[in-house]
Design a protein around this ligand. Sequence first.
Ligand SMILES: Cc1ncc(COP(=O)(O)O)c(C=O)c1O
Length: 424
Amino acid sequence: MDHTRKLRDLDKKHLWHPFTQMADWCAPDHDPLILVSGKGATLRDSEGKEYLDGNSSIWTNIHGHCHPHIDAAIRTQIESLAHCSALGFSNEPSIRLAEKLTSLFPGDTLTRVFYTDDGSTAIECACKMAIQYRQLSGEPERVRFLSFENAYHGDTAGAASLGGIGSFKGRFDGTGFQVSSIPDFESLSRLDSEEIKKITAICIEPAIQGAAGMRTWPTGMLADLRKWCDHNDVFLILDEVMTGFGRTGKMFACEHEDVIPDFLCLAKGLTGGYLPLAATLTNEKVFSAFLGGYEETFFYGHSYCANPLGCATAIASLEVFENGRVLENLDTSINHLRDELARHFQGEAYVTDIRQIGMIAGIDIGPFDWRELTGAKVCRVAWEFGLLTRPVRDTLVLMPPLCTTTEQLSAMVVALKQACQRVL
Ligand SMILES: Cc1ncc(COP(=O)(O)O)c(C=O)c1O
């Protein structure tokens, strides 16, 4: 039996994949790709076939796979220390990364970094900080959160309770935080003052809701939301798990509207898409409320908080941004992607909308019954044209690594178009 076949059989025997109907996965006619290597925006499978990484390996990869500077930083760090506890000790990469992250914001705004493991735990951490802050500040009744319909903030119970997508959270309703879901900014004006006094924070994916199907917010909405939060003494939690690290054309999506949140949640692209590491940033006002005795301590954390290897990787990724002038040069790629999407998809009968912010694009196809999984079928066929991506229902997603060349961007769009033509 060849090596790939053996691995596929073992996978089907022992693994349980995320967000995957395992009956389909384990079906005899499903041959999962086993990815073995990557370089830049390209991935290679165990049978030697190459693919373009059209969704940055689930929205994580920033500078490409096997980037020499990041690889070297990992090698250097692993020779001294892969992991040590952040409970009672510290380590140099986590200190240097915190300095670097906070320096990306105007002085005295986001000054504190709490490390966690992934997007979900970065959100959980912000929510728990917000609740405990209220308790420590004499407002224990402020325990509720506001979040938006169709939002996605992760899958742990707390993070999922802020989500607004029924199929992800419906079965677990009643677990997690106390949350009210609102459709848009305008609906805030319908909340009465007594209700508002029970709210500790509002959580939003700025600029664009990812898992909702790359739905963009109206320009100006985030700045209005910041003003509403200030006026009502409600914390603003920004979930930049997807939008952070250049994805929208700026380092962080909140920069498009000059908004500084009270809590900023970062994950996915923090390590350039290499390792699981997350951070919740906040300000001195929040931090100082926790300074007191044992009772005031923030009793929260994970075994791998501030993991030195992850932090060294994140520093290297930020250095690539600086040394390669990545953001300064990104407009060419963003404009090229826009032109190619318009050239190949605009006017096609099956396309109902195309949205793009920076290097994030969503192409709605239909109208189809989403249960027919048309988007998934298109993306499956795209493998044959050398593209790996994943839809959100019938929204086809392209979110390539920032390093993707213009030729590769064109090839991605053409592959997606060919897949559409084959399936539709
Ligand atoms: C906006 C947003 N928040 C949070 C998460 C959860 O992140 P993780 O999967 O790392 O827990 C995601 C994941 O897709 C996301 O897109």
